[in-house]
Design a binder for this molecule. Structure first.
Ligand code: BGC
Length: 751
């Protein structure tokens, strides 16, 4: 039966192709797919069409799922990972259902499938698109080997609030960095050939604004005006469309009163009309039904109507399309063409994935899962993702004089927690923890003493601290592994307090009092307010949950086999009260000047005054704990001789910016140089700085290199007072440096 239909479709497409021998090969293939889709659509009943728009979650083998697939009433299943079960359901779709339309199998493969890479926020700290592409490639290879052909990633929400648990899953606070890295991740998942055996469809999410949840509370409302939406929250999604993303997912939040799953402006106007996206849009989990709780729809029927008319093609598990689309069509509230367009987009991706031709799993999972090269890449990623925040007197890397180390803290040997959030398929039995790695690599040369001090990150029990103090006394150095359990970040896990949980700070303080130097190694899902802990530590190495190979990566970093080079993809606040705190803020009319009177400088009974005062917190100033882009190395770098190819530019010119960077220390290392631009005066106020380029510069000790950034002036365009994306003429400042606060400065003019 299946063969007959395909033979028929093939014949039809050959006949049609014969009429049009002028087209290029690529567009012929595209036209061919469109013809196949049209042919299928003509044969489909309304139930079968709505079936394609219905995604269900697999809840174990039962006759009901097979029956739905057989009747063509389900187009996609998520959360099924047993290859035999996937093949068997696919077989029902391909051999028993009337039209033989394959299922698309979705799963959250977020930072690795089995081999777990650092959480996305950690990967972002590498500022390394190739590394991120490689990580996604490996995740796709492993996931595809079990029959998954669609991942709900990358998450490219701009995340400027570390209280929000899902910041862990983001690529940080910056639109440019997120755009570049998100596109790299899409390329890694999809490759250039979506129908390749190991390619899986990407699903950039959550469209849009989800990261701006008020108070960092997950699912909360957002209020992002259109200009900010276009300048900050949309660019990473536009870059995802340009990178060829096959699908999109809507977000849970309502923005300015409109939930994303019912937002025609973003789904139809922006995504389809302005960006010409031709893949399909899936809702987030029950987000169509949740429009009732939002108070945007009175019942499931209205929710289905608003979602489909806004442009949500597939309903993730609400089952409201299945329940209501037929009636809505009969009542004229939904047009047939709307349903056809949705089905067309879904079938298009199924064709592009090659699922009609190769619906079954073709790789043997045993060969690729936890393959040695995957583990090595995961280790490399964990190394590149680590950020050295402090290194007083170059205490790191640890030298030969270290004979005894005291390993303490709840994260030293926490195989589950170092994997981070969203690791449905990860297995802690494959994790190598820092304790294990240190014992394996250095156990025969160095005395390693170990006690947790506190059992898990939230543990309030202090009676383990004396044992930690005792081993600290006998050691040359303390390695304190602290941070967050994985469950403290991720979806629905927001926090209002970002200090180290439990008694971890007390533990660090107690061991520091022994006089033995403390190196604090943090593993967490978000930026933490660790100022107090950093003060008690000689060095701080921050790792966003580093994944399966975090242990060996950290061991190599501590002992200098690898040199840290990661940079913060997000600002670290000193206190929660400073949030939102991000580097690319606008200036007020009274910008902070430095040297302002802080809380403790104010005399008692001081008279009311506002004149001359600037925008800052009396108790925190304006400075973050660590700025965006910040990260130290074991070596030092010097920037010099910044020069521009021209200082008088037009919007069509390309600016070349050159700078010399010298490795002035003793280690071969890589510097991530960053270029920021400020549009000084415009029709609307502009950020004080925006990242526009970054580059990795490997330098041997003592070596000096010139690096040149190429910046088309057109990339300085923004949505202006008339909501037009243009480069406005005027003065610009430019910085090249090691982070968002330091750097050499130059200026240019756009005429
Ligand atoms: C999350 C999505 C995820 C989906 C499917 C939702 O709760 O917000 O990011 O892809 O579940 O698991």
């Amino acid at each position: 039966m299946k063969d007959k239909i395909f033979a028929g479709l093939l014949l039809l497409s050959i006949l049609l192709q014969g009429c049009d021998n002028q087209t290029t090969q690529a567009s012929t293939a595209g036209n061919d797919t469109e013809r196949k889709i049209d042919a299928l659509l003509k044969q489909m009943t309304l139930e079968e069409k709505v079936g394609q728009m219905n995604q269900i979650s697999f809840s174990g083998e039962n006759g009901k799922v097979r029956e739905l697939v057989c009747k063509g009433e389900v187009g996609s299943i998520l959360n099924i990972t047993d290859p035999d079960m996937i093949n068997s359901l696919q077989q029902v779709a391909m051999e028993e259902s009337r039209l033989k339309i394959p299922l698309i199998i979705g799963r959250d493969v977020i930072h690795g499938f089995k081999t777990i890479f650092p959480i996305p926020l950690g990967q972002a700290a590498s500022f390394d698109p190739q590394l991120i592409e490689d990580g996604a490639r490996i995740a796709a290879i492993e996931a595809a080997s079990t029959g998954i052909n669609w991942t709900f990633a990358p998450m490219i929400d701009i995340a400027r609030d570390p209280r929000w648990g899902r910041i862990a899953e983001s690529l940080g606070e910056d639109p440019y960095l997120t755009s570049v890295l998100g596109a790299a991740m899409i390329k890694g998942f999809q490759t250039d050939e979506l129908d390749g055996p190991t390619a899986i469809a990407a699903c950039p999410k959550h469209f849009v604004g989800y990261g701006a949840a008020e108070a960092g509370k997950d699912y909360n409302s957002t209020f992002i005006p259109e200009r900010l939406l276009r300048n900050v929250y949309l660019p990473s999604f536009e870059a995802a469309v340009k990178a060829g993303a096959a699908t999109f997912m809507t977000s849970f939040n309502d923005n300015n009163g409109v939930p994303s799953s019912g937002n025609k402006f973003i789904l139809d106007q922006v995504l389809r009309k302005e960006w010409a996206f031709d893949g399909f849009v899936v809702s987030d989990w029950t987000s169509i039904a949740e429009m009732i709780s939002h108070g945007f729809c009175k019942d499931g029927k209205e929710a289905a109507e608003k979602a489909v008319n806004a442009g949500v093609d597939m309903d993730m598990v609400s089952e409201l399309y299945v329940k209501h689309l037929k009636e809505l069509l009969q009542e004229g509230k939904v047009k047939q063409s709307t349903i056809d367009d949705a089905v067309r987009s879904i079938l298009r991706i199924k064709f592009r994935l090659g699922l009609f031709d190769n619906p079954y799993i073709s790789t043997d999972a045993k060969e690729v899962i936890y393959a040695e090269e995957h583990l090595q890449k995961a280790k490399e990623a964990a190394i590149e993702s680590a950020i050295l925040l402090k290194n007083e007197a170059n205490i790191l890397p640890l030298g030969d004089h270290i004979k005894t180390i005291a390993v303490i803290g709840p994260m030293a040997d926490a195989p589950h927690d170092q994997l981070g959030t969203w690791i449905f398929d990860g297995d802690k039995n494959h994790t190598v923890t820092p304790l294990k790695a240190l014992q394996q690599q250095y156990g025969d040369k160095i005395r390693i003493l170990y006690t947790q001090g506190t059992a898990y990150s939230r543990d309030m029990e202090t009676n383990g601290i004396p044992a930690a103090v005792s081993i600290a006394r006998s050691a040359d150095i303390v390695l304190a592994f602290v941070g967050e359990e994985s469950i403290l970040s991720g979806e629905a896990h927001s926090l209002s307090n970002l200090n180290l949980q439990g008694v971890q700070s007390e533990l660090i303080e107690a061991v520091a009092k022994t006089g033995t130097p403390v190196v604090t190694i943090v593993m967490a899902g978000r930026p933490l307010t660790i100022g107090r802990d950093a003060e008690h530590s000689k060095a701080v190495l921050f790792n966003f949950h580093p994944g399966t190979m975090g242990g060996p990566a950290i061991a190599d970093l501590l002992f200098g086999k690898a040199v840290p080079g990661g940079k913060l993809p997000v600002t670290f606040p000193k206190t929660v009260g400073q949030i939102p705190l991000y580097y690319a803020h606008n200036n007020t009319g009274r910008p902070y000047q430095g040297g302002e009177t802080l809380l403790n400088d104010i005399p008692s009974e001081a008279g009311q005054t506002s004149l001359g005062n600037t925008s800052f917190h009396l108790d925190a100033g304006v400075e973050p704990l660590y700025p965006f882009g910040y990260g130290l190395s074991y070596t030092t770098f010097e920037y010099s001789n910044l020069r521009l190819s021209n200082t008088q530019m037009t919007a069509s010119d390309v600016l070349n910016v050159s700078v010399d960077i010298t490795n002035t220390g003793n280690y071969d290392a890589t510097e991530i140089a960053q270029l920021y631009v400020q549009d000084c005066f415009a029709s609307v106020t502009r950020p004080v700085k925006e990242l526009k380029r970054f580059d990795h510069i490997p330098l041997k000790a003592g070596e000096k290199k010139t690096t040149t950034f190429t910046l088309p002036i057109a990339e300085l365009a923004f949505y202006n007072i008339d909501m037009k994306k243009i480069v406005e003429p005027g003065d610009f400042n430019l910085w090249v440096g090691p982070n968002s606060q330091e750097g050499l400065k130059a200026s240019f003019v756009v005429n």
